[in-house]
Design a binder for this molecule. Sequence first.
Ligand code: FAD
Length: 284
Amino acid sequence: MIPGSFDYHRPDSVDAAVALLAKYGDEARAIAGGHSLIPMMKLRMAEVAHLVDLQGIGDLKGIKVDGGTITIGAMVTQHELIADEALAKSAPIIREAALQIADPQVRYVGTVGGNVANGDPGNDMPGLMQCLDATYVLAGPDGTREVAAREFYEAAYFTARSDDELLVSVRFAAPQGGYAYEKQKRKIGDYATAAAAVLIGKDGGKCSSASIAMTNLSDTPVCCDAAAGALVGSSLDGAALDAAVAAMQEAIDPQEDNRGPVDFKRHVAGVMLRRAIERAASRA
Ligand code: FAD
């Protein structure tokens, strides 16, 4: 289908983009890679009178690994995430997860900002960013503010970002210890039936820290503190894994759809989490 007509704007600075979003309010939408927004416009599920293209804004690009802090510009593509060696060394879970997003064609164009700002429960980066306890930097008419990824998602396609704010970057501390991103999908290029992001720290044979977030098992990503808590202090034995999976099952709320019925999704979620914990533990 052909989308409705719209005015196209191509600002060259964050301030100019924010000014356009503020001027046109809910009639305006930022467009990054367009791989989520354009299909929605073609299906007429999104009516956008003013498209604000972010491709010309240099300040939204680039990956910085500065000591223990990593900052990723909103317009960094998933391909650039995979290709960046410094990032792969400091936060290898990013490459592991990004390689499981869509296919190379989509990853050449789809951006980190579009993936995390969209609020689509199927997107892989929001859960990953919750697992990393990342911070989102938002620019609006009154300046910038920061929102934790764990506080950002309110419901499917509803986030803490207001219409006149732009997501500028994502920041997090380089994770320590072992990591794993496990995703089950129906076929290459598909969104997750269930996915698990896991970080594990170990000290003297015991789990000293853990972080767990699940994808596409609720209308927001699910950061599972209780599941992580079930691992900390344990030797990551079978009983601890059972307790973590049981706690995760309490936190998720999958719905039946073309990826399967609820019981199947719960089963797959358990398998993904167990595998991710075991792999993260083996790398810790
Ligand atoms: P756009 O489509 O340009 O924007 C998406 C939304 O975010 C829009 O509402 C837009 O206004 C808003 N937005 C964009 N940037 C900003 C910003 N800086 N500040 C504020 N708002 C902003 N994703 C996955 O995670 N996993 C998958 O397995 C997966 N499979 C896919 C398969 C196919 C065939 C396709 C087409 C897409 C798939 N995607 C998947 C989605 C893909 O990763 C998208 O690129 C991504 O979700 C959105 O990024 P984008 O840059 O294209 O954003």
